[in-house]
Design a protein around this ligand. Sequence first.
Ligand SMILES: [Zn+2]
Length: 112
Amino acid sequence: MSNLPNCPTCNSAYTYEAGSLLVCPECAHEWSSSSPSTQEVARVWKDANGNILQDGDSVTVIKDLKVKGASSMLKGGTKVKNIRLIDGDHDIDCKIDGFGAMQLKSEFVRKA
Ligand SMILES: [Zn+2]
């Protein structure tokens, strides 16, 4: 027999698969069969050109960026060493001479 789960609504064992859904013939309940054991796809960070970035990479800022709390702009062309990839809107954690620790968006850098 199949190892499909019972219907979560009526607990029927006669469930069957219909595409990506599971269907219960007894109460007509349909639900997603995506298994909890499915591995999450690892996030990939890409620079402005679509190159994959990794922790420890060096990148170049491709445009002038305003820096919160800093009096000067971060100039396009600035080299940033030893980046750290993080989750979030600003997805690169780094230290830049003259600015200190800050966060950048991967779409505004190019792999050096
Ligand atoms: Zn059911």
